[in-house]
Design a protein around this ligand. Structure first.
Ligand code: F6P
Length: 548
């Protein structure tokens, strides 16, 4: 498991010294003194523009950060990823999600297996299912066309399709309605089933492992509902599909082999949108547009694998993130899409980034001497402006933010789009320039306040500014640009993992909670008693008392 993809951690540790050296400058001055700043710190890839001029960098610190990328394992690791080496070293797995969006997969083999053939077959089966559903030719056990599809999955088997389906709402063209069941909270499945008829409902159990408790329990509850409505084993087999790499477990559940779409060891859950896990997206936007989603991601792959680091958008975003975490001590990163349809993007990137890079040890199991992934959070603009932007503008906490805006929209309310864009740009400008005490005082006086009133109120109106942000502009929120945007964040996370020298593709930390919930469930249901710490024991007791 030990590998040589590690480097001297000193460079990362030294970032805080470098940040201290540049700390006295203010972005407002940087813009005033340097008319070429924006041109120098703007780049584009696959039609997406990244303006990173409003970051706390100057040419010297940016050069040092570029050097960090050059000295890191990014280049070696991305070559190994392409080659199919087991860069997920704790699970001895290749990391090949990029292959899933590669248009031409002929002669693609891994360890002697014809992966190209498997991908092609999977794509064809997905497309055929989507066509049959669109043509309303998938008939249920009573002979009526399927009208609803329930997608049962959690984490990487849900967040990607849910986000992309939402993001591409204007492209929806499916006669079949889609429902997502993730949380084990029984309210989710109960609410979905309340409006459905089993005879016209198709269910897809999406679980790479086919062992995840939430997914299993939801699938069992739905299967029970079918049984209660008179569906026999054959009818249930006809109505249930799976996307899984565990064919045995799916078959034991009662799903026929012909209804199992493959998942592979070389695709991590949070990177699986491009596989059969993308089926809900293909269903909702159609097969042709789904191909566009893959094409956008493939275009970003080509950019990432072939562009020099100084123009490489994922590398640039990775370096900026590391600069704030390890240089400036920031612990959070806001993701602020100025697009209602992108409102689920922060939850998706949360898993992508925090499950990938929220690690405590390097690839060889040695404790990391620095912090890694930030806390990712955010919501669609402008909602956040009336909630947490107050903290972004005035608190001592520094939270770098990514603002994302599609330039063109499909809805007819064009002036509202102008206003939305105005707010997006104004937020980045306000964070950057802030408002000085003099400006705040002058503003108060101009509003007719006395000198004394102005000097009392003005300090409360001061915004320090110098708060960093990126602005990402998408030509439009189409399947192509969404694919490119998602791949951009995937590669950013990849580069950061390479620089931090950790394995971005495992997630051992989620296991402990799963292990501990078993004995607690046994205790809660009176099936067994174990000894728990006094706090947990008291919680169990109170819960049990409430059930009687
Ligand atoms: O929470 C851990 C995790 O394994 C994620 O990485 C994964 O996306 C999710 O659970 C779902 O796993 P599965 O697809 O195997 O049900």
């Amino acid at each position: 498991m030990s590998d040589s993809l590690t480097q001297e951690p000193g460079q990362i540790i030294k970032l805080s010294q470098l940040a201290r050296l540049t700390k006295d400058g203010h972005l407002r001055e940087a813009f005033k003194n340097d008319p070429g700043r924006t041109a120098r710190y703007t780049t584009s890839a696959c039609g997406i523009t990244l303006d990173y001029a409003k970051n706390l960098i100057d040419d010297a610190s940016w050069q040092a950060l570029q050097q960090l990328a050059t000295d890191s394992s990014i280049d070696k690791l991305r070559q190994q990823m392409q080659h199919g080496d087991a860069i997920n070293n704790t699970e001895q797995r290749a990391v090949w999600h990029c292959r899933l969006r590669q248009q031409d997969v002929t002669e693609l083999t891994l360890n002697g297996e014809d992966i190209g053939q498997q991908i092609t077959e999977c794509r064809a089966r997905m497309a055929a299912l989507v066509d049959t559903l669109h043509q309303q030719q998938y008939l249920g056990y009573q002979g009526n066309p399927v009208t609803d599809l329930i997608w049962v999955g959690i984490g990487g088997s849900l967040l990607g399709p849910q986000m992309a389906v939402e993001a591409l709402t204007p492209y929806h063209c499916s006669p079949v309605k889609l429902h997502f069941a993730g949380n084990i909270d029984g309210a989710v499945v109960s609410d979905i089933l309340a409006g459905l008829n089993p005879a016209t409902t198709l269910v897809v159990v999406a679980s790479k492992s086919f062992g995840t408790e939430e997914t299993k329990q939801n699938a069992l509850a739905i299967r029970q509902w079918f049984t209660e409505h008179g569906a026999d084993k054959k009818a249930i087999a006809h109505h249930f599909w799976a996307a899984s790499s565990n064919i045995t477990a799916a078959a034991e559940f009662g799903i026929e082999q012909k209804n199992i779409l493959p998942m592979w060891d070389w695709v991590g859950g949070r990177y699986s949108l491009w596989s059969a896990i993308g089926l809900p997206v293909a269903l909702m936007i159609g097969n042709q547009q789904f191909k566009q989603l893959l094409a956008g991601a493939e275009a970003m792959d080509k950019h990432f694998f072939n562009s020099p680091f100084e123009q490489n958008m994922p590398v640039i975003m990775a370096l900026l993130g590391i600069w704030y975490i390890n240089g400036h001590g920031c612990q959070a990163q806001a993701l602020l899409p100025y697009s209602h349809y992108l409102r689920l993007l922060p939850s998706y990137v949360q898993q992508l980034d925090m499950e990938s890079n929220g690690k405590g040890v390097d690839r060889n199991g040695k404790a990391l001497p620095y912090a890694s992934a930030p806390v990712i959070w955010g919501d669609a603009g402008t909602n956040g402006q009336h909630a947490y932007h107050q903290l972004l503008h005035q608190s001592a906490l520094a939270v770098p933010a990514d603002f994302i805006l599609p330039l063109k929209v499909k809805h007819p309310l064009k002036d509202q789009h102008n206003r939305l864009a105005a707010h997006c740009f104004a937020q980045t400008q306000a964070l950057m320039q802030g408002k000085t005490l003099e400006e705040a005082t002058a503003e108060c006086l101009a509003q007719g306040m006395s000198q004394q009133e102005a000097s009392t109120l003005a300090p409360h109106k001061v915004s320090p500014g110098n708060k960093p942000s990126n602005t990402l502009l998408l030509p439009e929120l189409s399947p192509f640009y969404l694919g490119a945007l998602i791949a951009l964040y995937e590669h950013k996370v990849f580069c950061q993992g390479a620089i931090w020298q950790l394995n971005s593709f495992d997630q051992w930390g989620v296991e402990l909670g799963k292990q501990l919930s078993g004995p607690i469930y046994q205790a809660l249901t009176g099936k067994a008693s174990d000894s728990f710490d006094s706090s947990t024991a008291a919680l169990i007791k109170q819960f049990m008392a409430a059930q009687n």
